[in-house]
Design a protein around this ligand. Structure first.
Ligand code: TNX
Length: 569
């Protein structure tokens, strides 16, 4: 019998796991059995089972009835009366029994089963271009005198990023690690051994998000789906897809073709036409790919600010109507949608009509952040709007603007999410607030009866350098206000939906995504899924987590994830 305190090599760690002694062998004779019941368990399990089949080299056929006593089996069944995403996993010498009440729970249970198998089951994920926004797909040549601004990470692979960082020369592609190359060989194991155990698991938070900014730098669909695979491995369940920005509009909108014909392209300082966009077909593919792996894709269509790319395509939607290019610098820019022009609202409704058709997500992110008042205060139509609606200042006008669209969404059965600046105005019922400038926005949202997603720069902004936001910081992230004040807010229980790590890509071309996201996202997944620190401890046990991470990183390396050299764990 193993010692009671043996921790399994799982990230994120389950709510309860007990080793019961002995092992279970998966081998050529292993069959998969689906219990009959209200759900189509076989179709829910299909993508994960295929992955296990490819990895183990075992056929794992689906058996119509119980196999004989000499065969081990993986039985998949229903679990009733449990919270969303819960599952139980029981492994005995006779086989594996996995039970879940919904598709997500089933996928998470299969991910746990996968993590109990050795790293050799993993096959490298697809390789991707260094920077697909450039015509040659490679990284922009590094200027001799280039230095990242203070507090910003370097976007360029360097010696410290290790041997498996992305290629830097022309024609080179991300080199998968030697480990991954080895893992590409057919699995040598005819038998795969699992520890006997009992796991009962469910998430701490319902919202375990990762934001991907596809605007500042553009990613291939293959790179996004690769990230989705890695999110699913860590039981992260919301991909917040930042699709529109000052520097690029990335989603095809059929009724507004100039958004991508013009708005998806910018002329970078080195004279290169940088850009790209996702066709509707590609967006649907990403959504379906994510759903099959337990992940909801939440699109963000930014308004009323961060929209210079849309204004480059349709200048008449701005206050001044002046043609401006798609922005090439990073920052906050004064030209935003005109709040006094009804055509702006028809435009946004047309865009969002297509967005709702593409994204079944119950949640649609509307942005609402970093929206300077400059143009509105000079614009006669905006001033007229303010007078007519009885709004005192630009903050109230922004609140009114976001409320129009949030109400329009609510009428169509979707919930709006806004960055914490939206708290400056009155919120439409059901609006979710995403707190990024610290925790206060979430506290205020809960106080006003709104749900909150917590993603403070200080803890989960993965575009920040690891010196500012390190693995320990992300692991130690507690979405509920650290002073415990949230608990004392009457009626606020459950209003913290969870947290979200943010990958803003000003300084992150596709080639360096891996090392920006990992291993920190492993810590974030633990913070959002696993139970809070136990036994009155205020912090998680970092050393214990690192020990699991060292083990887990072998799996990530086998998948071809870059930047996991020992010094970064
Ligand atoms: C602030 S977070 C932004 C983004 C930037 C990010 C860089 C938020 C709502 N707005 O537009 O990319 O900082 O860290």
């Amino acid at each position: 019998m193993p010692p009671a305190n043996t921790r399994l090599p799982l990230i994120p760690y389950p709510r309860s796991a007990v080793l019961t002694g002995g092992t279970c062998a998966l081998n050529k004779a292993t069959r998969v059995l689906f219990e009959s019941g209200p759900h189509d368990l076989a179709s829910w399990a299909a993508p994960m089972l295929d992955l296990l089949r490819r990895g183990t080299g075992l056929a794992l056929p689906i058996a119509p009835a119980l196999s004989g006593p000499t065969h081990t089996s993986i039985t998949v069944g229903h679990l009733d009366g449990q919270p969303a995403e819960a599952y139980t996993l029981e492994i005995t010498e006779a086989g594996v029994v996995l039970r879940a009440g919904d598709r997500e729970g089933l996928i998470w249970g299969l991910q746990t089963l996968r993590q109990l198998l050795p790293a050799e089951v993993e096959r490298p994920l697809p390789r991707v271009a260094a920077d697909p926004g450039r015509p040659d797909g490679n990284l922009r040549p590094r200027p001799a005198d280039w230095l990242p601004p203070p507090g910003k990470p370097s976007p360029w692979p360097t010696a410290t990023l290790g041997e498996d960082a992305g290629g830097q020369g022309r024609g080179q592609r991300n080199a998968a690690s030697a480990a991954a190359a080895t893992a590409a060989q057919p699995a040598p194991h005819p038998v795969w051994s699992l520890p006997c155990l009992q796991i009962a698991d469910q998430p701490r938070y319902a919202w375990r998000g990762l934001l991907l900014d596809s605007c500042r730098h553009f990613q291939q669909v293959a790179a996004i789906e690769r990230l989705i695979d890695l999110m699913s491995l860590h039981k992260l369940n919301r991909l917040h897809w930042h699709l529109t920005e000052d520097q690029g509009w990335r989603l095809e909108i059929k009724t507004r073709p100039l958004l991508t014909e013009v708005g998806a392209w910018r002329l970078d300082s080195d004279g290169v036409r940088y850009g790209g966009f996702y066709t509707q077909e590609e967006a649907r593919h990403v959504v379906a790919y994510a759903a099959a792996r337990g992940i909801t894709v939440v699109p963000e269509i930014e308004l009323p600010g961060h929209c210079r790319a849309a204004l480059a395509a349709y200048p008449e939607l701005s206050c001044r109507g002046i043609a401006l290019p798609v922005e090439t610098a990073w920052g906050v820019f004064p030209d935003i949608y005109c709040a006094g022009n009804d055509a702006v609202f028809s435009f946004l409704e047309e865009v969002l009509t297509e967005v709702l058709d593409l994204f079944p997500s119950p949640f649609i992110h509307l942005g609402g952040d970093e929206c300077p008042p400059d143009r509105w205060s000079e614009c006669p139509r905006c001033r007229e709007r303010m007078a007519r609606e009885g709004l005192r200042d630009a903050d109230e006008l922004r609140g009114w603007f976001v409320r129009q669209i949030a109400t329009w969404l609510a009428e169509r059965g979707r919930r709006a999410i806004g960055w914490d600046e939206v708290l400056a105005g009155e919120l439409a019922a059901g609006t979710i607030v995403q707190s990024w400038r610290g925790f206060a926005g979430a506290t205020e949202a809960r106080r006003r009866g709104h749900d909150a997603i917590v993603s403070p720069i200080s803890h989960v902004y993965l575009d920040q350098d690891v010196a500012q936001v390190g693995l320990e910081t992300v692991l130690g992230f507690e979405p509920e206000d650290p002073r415990g004040e949230s608990a004392s807010l009457a009626g606020s229980a459950g209003r913290t939906l969870g947290g979200e790590m943010c990958v803003w890509t000003e300084w992150i071309p596709q080639a360096v995504l891996d090392e920006r996201v990992f291993p920190r996202a492993c810590g974030g997944s633990e913070a959002l899924w696993s139970p809070p620190p136990s036994g009155g401890a205020r912090r998680r046990d970092v050393a214990e987590f690192r020990a699991r991470l060292v083990n887990h990183s072998q799996r990530l390396r086998a998948l071809g994830v870059a930047g996991l050299q020992a010094s970064r764990l």
